[in-house]
Design a binder for this molecule. Structure first.
Ligand SMILES: *Cc1c(COP(=O)(O)O)cnc(C)c1O
Length: 425
């Protein structure tokens, strides 16, 4: 496989952009080699600067539930380009998008649009503090909620891949407002509430974790969070930036039947353009400026292009809920790999999110995710990449199946993975 052009571009990029990338997870750090510079995407495929074609399971790290360049989204973008790119004034489509989100995710009685998942979680945390008059936040080890200062404590995703335990530049006073607990441990949450009781403003959680690899909640864990937070006047925040509109139309909260106080969305709701949202109970959301004193703003918030792409995506999904059955079928086909692998391999999956861990033990939290053989994962990654299959270069990330992946795409992927194991990898 030729990579000369990607390598040359990476050289240039590294001298002008830190690490040559605009987000650390793209850098292939830890697995070596130049990241592939992508020139085009179509359906389930991406194409790099050297002309190589890949079946793409990164899907822009989650947003592309419908694959690359779905016709509905492209048409909506063409239409909006005739009208303008940004007004800094309200538009009808923002109302439509907020209404559609609220109808599909009923716990989000009011919705505020922002530009990134990071902004959404940062704002939700601030709102929870403003609403409760308390300062502390409980998060879970290995969950990633964007690069919010106080949430870069034992965070997953790129922090986990690079082995950064404590992010530099975060004042200790910020980090001290965060209590990081093991995911899936009800006992740890109970103990934290016993000690800190009425000082905890919010509990923020990825209801199905994607950012230490895919780790689903144990039965009863989310229910216990709902129960404990309600009893202590603490707000429960579901960070559904990854799971929203992926695990079900109504996200993980619909799948598990739990109603959080606040929810953050991102990724899929922008259809591949930068948008995110936070929302929840009306009495809480009414504290946001200009109604209340919790300040949050954005020059490009509700950007017409991003709103149009998001609206086209969500309209298509709500009109075609059978897409979720298709995603389940394809993802189950991929997870069949589990029955064909030698010992020492664990596959976690929730809907169209999955991770293959090199571990004989179940992966249920940050400690068990960290114990996996990441060197072997790196070999697996390169083996697949060389065969035109593009998965995230780190085990601390989820893979994504999109509606554009065909049965043939999946069987080609399963075959390539089996080849790796047959070759003793
Ligand atoms: C991706 C992600 C974020 C951060 O979103 P950005 O748009 O990258 O800032 C936050 N929370 C979760 C669960 C995510 O997966």
């Amino acid at each position: 496989m030729k990579t000369a052009r990607s390598e040359a571009l990476f050289e240039r990029a590294q001298s002008i952009i830190p690490g040559g990338v605009n987000s650390p997870v793209r850098a292939f750090r830890g697995v070596g080699g130049a990241p592939r510079f992508i020139v085009r995407g179509e359906g389930s495929r991406v194409y790099d600067a050297d002309g190589n074609e890949y079946i793409d399971y990164v899907c822009s790290w989650g947003p592309l539930l419908l694959g690359h360049r779905p016709p509905q989204v492209i048409a909506a973008l063409r239409e909006i380009l005739e009208e303008g790119t940004s007004f800094g004034a309200p538009t009808e489509r923002e109302v439509l998008l907020a209404e559609l989100i609220s109808q599909t995710v009923p716990s989000m009685e009011m919705v505020r649009l922002v530009n990134s998942g990071t902004e959404a979680t940062m704002s939700a945390l601030r709102l929870a503090r403003g609403f409760t008059g308390r300062d502390l936040t409980i998060k879970f080890e290995g969950c990633y909620h964007g690069h919010v200062d106080s949430l870069l404590v034992k965070a997953g995703s790129g922090m986990a891949t690079l082995g950064i335990a404590d992010a530099a530049g975060v004042p200790p006073a910020f980090a001290e407002t965060t209590i990081a607990l093991p995911f899936n441990s009800i006992a740890a949450v109970e103990a934290a509430f016993k000690t800190h009781g009425d000082k905890i403003a919010s509990v923020i959680v990825e209801p199905v974790v994607g950012n230490m690899g895919c780790v689903p909640p144990s039965p009863g864990f989310l229910e216990a969070l709902r129960d404990l937070t309600a009893r202590h006047g603490t707000l429960l925040i579901f960070d559904e930036v990854m799971t929203g509109f992926r695990l079900a139309l109504g996200g993980a909260q619909a799948r598990f039947g739990i109603k959080p106080d606040l929810t953050t969305l991102g990724k899929i709701i922008g259809g591949g353009l930068p948008i995110a949202a936070y929302g929840g109970r009306k009495d809480i959301m009414r504290k946001v400026a200009p109604l209340g004193a919790v300040y949050q703003a954005g020059t490009l918030s509700g950007n017409p292009l991003a709103v149009a792409a998001g609206l086209a995506t969500l309209c298509h999904l709500t009109a075609h809920p059978e897409i979720y059955d298709l995603l389940e079928t394809r993802s189950a086909q991929l997870a069949l790999l589990k029955t064909m692998t030698p010992p020492g391999v664990t596959i976690n999956r929730a809907g169209s999110m999955f991770t293959l861990f090199f571990s004989s033990d179940p992966v249920t939290d940050w400690e068990s995710a960290k114990r996996c053989d990441t060197a072997r994962f790196a070999k697996f990654f390169h083996f697949l990449l060389e065969r035109g299959i593009y998965i995230a270069p780190s085990q601390f990330e989820a893979g994504f199946v999109s509606a554009a992946h065909s049965e043939k795409d999946i069987s080609a992927t399963v075959d390539a993975a089996r080849e790796f194991f047959k070759a003793g990898g």
